[in-house]
Design a binder for this molecule. Structure first.
Ligand code: MEV
Length: 438
């Protein structure tokens, strides 16, 4: 069977599915799944989703949950989360409730600067390029006015453009390193359009520059693109309380718990193997809100992990301390988010998520997302340093196992009841179902 095809994108959706079924799938149940079960009967809504990307054959659902009772800077939020991992929303809700009773989360946006670069090759005299850049810079800004005027009216725009000499790393390699304020937009389109205009102006002005030799006039632009590394677009979220208020768990004193918790964070600060998992737990919360609000979670992931290794070793994104009997736990991360543009007005569930958050500004959303990350990390570390993670995790995972066995409602009720007093493991659940059915 020939498994390659030309002109796939030109086929209609049902032709695409027919070809896939014939070529890759065992039987027509896949057609039913793709065509009937996961398509939306509302034609307009389905078309909207079809047109988000190329070659759409169906929709891919993720659960959309809500974690209520988040007190952030004295305001209460119900946070939307799109995620498949069973325990994440439950953990966020628990952490929200816990901190609600202890003053809530305090957050602060530290900076909101975005970055983009034009990467280019210049063969010639450094000092001539530097002199040229002084004349070029105002021209770059003028030529970008048609692109920047609306953003500037709202108070954003291009903050600065620098010439960076990178010839120590690669022969003839330079950058126009530009910084931007994109207000409530994530800004990728705005930044990339400005950069592509800078590249045009750069090339043209170099050609017209009489100080340059003919080789120097021929600047080669390699690429123009925003950076998803935004170490100056930073938000901080924090919780704190008296150590004595931290737990009423009879198996561990509040001080012991606080110390163990701080040690767990210290371990993630110095041990990359632990730091990656520790930060993954933070990203459970962050990605879920980023996704629910229609933001680019790949950009956030890439930027956050680069930030976690900014000093040359991958480390924890959160920190904790006990000082004067006060426990403090905080997170500082780079987040480039938008609440206008992109999917925000297009995807109905994104619109709903933003409405649930009372139409936040990008700065507000940065704070909400950071809180979701901190809450998630708090919940994970609390479990890890006390009961272990599996107890809560497997309780939440129980439903997935039951669904794998296509358990009826009645079977589910009985088994859930049984596992209220028994430890959930995969084999214990299988045994319980088998016993129940025999
Ligand atoms: C699981 O998705 C996340 C955790 O592994 C995070 C952690 O270990 O801190 C529980």
């Amino acid at each position: 069977m020939n498994k390659t095809i030309t002109g796939f994108s030109k086929l209609s959706k049902s032709e695409k599915i027919d070809w896939l079924v014939e070529t890759y799938f065992k039987d027509a149940t896949s057609t039913k799944l793709l065509l009937k079960q996961y398509w939306n009967s509302d034609k307009k809504l389905q078309q909207l989703h079809d047109e988000f990307i190329e070659n759409t054959i169906t929709n891919y659902y993720l659960p959309f949950g809500v974690a209520p009772n988040f007190l952030i800077n004295d305001r209460v939020y119900a946070i939307p989360m799109a995620i498949e991992e069973s325990s994440v929303v439950a953990a966020a809700s628990k952490a929200a409730k816990f901190w609600f009773d202890r003053g809530g989360f305090k957050t602060q946006v530290i900076a909101t600067e975005k970055i983009g670069q034009v990467h280019f090759m210049f063969k010639g005299d450094d000092s001539k390029l530097e002199a040229f850049f002084k004349i070029l810079k105002p021209k770059l800004l003028i030529d970008a006015i048609p692109l920047t005027k609306n953003m500037e009216k709202r108070g954003g725009g291009i903050l600065d453009i620098e010439l960076r000499n990178k010839t120590q790393d690669i022969n003839n390699y330079y950058q126009l390193h530009a910084t931007f304020d994109t207000l409530d937009a994530m800004g990728a389109n705005f930044i990339n359009s400005c950069l592509e205009q800078f590249a045009k102006t750069l090339k043209q002005e170099a050609l017209d520059n009489e100080m340059f030799s003919s080789e120097e006039k021929n600047i080669e632009v390699i690429m123009s693109i925003l950076s998803n590394y935004v170490p100056n677009c930073i938000v901080r979220a924090e919780v704190s309380c008296k150590v004595e208020e931290l737990t009423d768990n009879p198996n561990i004193s509040p001080l012991e718990f606080a110390q163990k918790f701080v040690q767990a964070v210290n371990i993630a600060e110095i041990e990359p193997y632990r730091a990656v998992t520790h930060n993954k737990g933070i990203m459970n919360g962050i990605d879920a809100v980023v996704l629910a609000t229609g933001n680019d979670f790949r950009a956030v992931e890439a930027g956050v992990h680069a930030y976690a290794s900014r000093d040359g070793q991958y480390t924890s994104l959160t920190h904790a301390k006990i000082e004067n009997d006060i426990f403090t736990f905080w997170l500082e991360i780079p987040l480039a988010l938008g609440t206008v543009g992109g999917l925000t007005k297009l995807h109905p569930l994104v619109k709903l998520a933003l409405e649930l958050l009372d139409e936040p500004t990008a700065k507000e959303l940065m704070q909400i997302v950071a809180v979701a990350g901190l809450a998630q990390n708090f919940a994970a570390l609390r479990s890890l340093t006390t009961t272990g993670i599996q107890e809560g995790h497997m309780k939440m995972h129980l439903m997935n196992i039951l669904n794998q066995f296509e358990a009826s409602k009645e079977e589910k009720n009985k088994i859930v009841e049984y596992f209220k007093t028994h430890t959930v493991t995969h084999s214990a659940v299988v045994e319980a179902i088998t016993n129940l059915r025999s």
